[in-house]
Design a protein around this ligand. Sequence first.
Ligand code: DOR
Length: 455
Amino acid sequence: MSQAREVMNEGTKVLIQGGRVIDPAQGLDRVCDVLLAGGRVEAVGEGLGDELIRRGAAGADPGVEVIDARGLWVVPGLIDAHVHLRTPGETHKETLATGTAAAAAGGFTSVVCMPNTRPPLDDPIRVEWLRMKAEREALVRVYPAAAATEGLAGERLAPYGALRAAGAVAVTDDGRPIARAGVMRRVLEYAAAHGLPVLVHAEEPELSAGGAMHEGPVAAAAGMPGIPDTAESVMVARDVLLAERAGAHLHILHVSAENTVSLIRWAKARGVRVTAEVTPHHLLLCDEDVAAAGFDPNWKMNPPLRSAADREALLEAVADGTIDFIATDHAPHHAEDKDLPFPEASFGIVGLETAVALLLDAFVPGIISPSRLVELLSLRPARVFGLPGGTLRPGAPGDVTLIDPHQEWVIDPADFRSLGRNTPFAGRRVRGRVVRTLVGGRTVFQLAGAEVSHR
Ligand code: DOR
């Protein structure tokens, strides 16, 4: 997101009127107005429009863009802390423009992008380059995570001080584990010294080798090679102990298994600085669904969809706060990488454009309250990684997402802004839709048909 665009917003006011403003950071959930000015939140409260008209009549306010938000939720811009933008090197799968357009359409105003690119983001010059490119080409704010080890090879550490200075917000070899415990120990110590969180893709490579889906009765019946849940949980056991000793901030990416949840709960109770995320697909689906879908490779991701009991445990962990937030692990692939027999297809599914609707439809308000959903998709990721946003407090960035909680629609990958079409949710009817997304007070997505009036 470009600074220049924010500067252009200086002086422009946006009044979002009459929506249900949900801002857990302020304990706010009521119908009122939000006023943005100079790219930031200026005020939240009732009757802000009347106040502006009075001041306008006195010649104080040149022009105000008014958004009628009646019937809509008005929430702090959503933050997806786990996104693959495939830049540099795999721009046939996604570009900064298409990935961030997909983010905007999904209600996300900030994304943290993963470094498993070609070449990887293990070098400060590349991180700086990506940030500058994002200033020009991205529709939303882009925060790069840098590689934890050179070439994502799990051996020599990348230069964390320089990576941080170049704009990296975390280090990770996501997509791959750091197999060697001695290397992981040094990663955690070095990251702690530089104030960077370590995002861990927890996978014990000898246990997962050759696997394509969750190891269990479903895989066995189909003769599919399995990935046991222990491939994840033994590494989490190792890493929480190493993080405790190093005094590091360890963040567990895409938690999939019940045992992992128990270990995180145990570590948190001991005071280890551990946080965790879960994806919408691991909350919604399980291995039986993969079989029911006829082993369609659009149901293949790493970690895999696990058992129904694991899925239940993840939901409980979201409810009790063991899991800190929800992130999509948006992993676009080209059709060529997916149009293959299940065991041979690439791991990963897209998520940016479906997350809000899937979560609203399945879990809100019965299992997750609206305010908790906003915490999980905005406030908590902002707080965990120290990113701007996550609230509509006056002075916060003017990043706002407008959601129609009632609109029904059918997910059609042909409509995606993302270049990736790889989703298991194609054809699913869902309730709840992002209708407008603003970054720094500027509209970066508006659903066709949603009205704006100018005063
Ligand atoms: O399914 C996945 N896809 N899991 C990962 O960890 C990496 C990702 C990718 O980069 O495609």
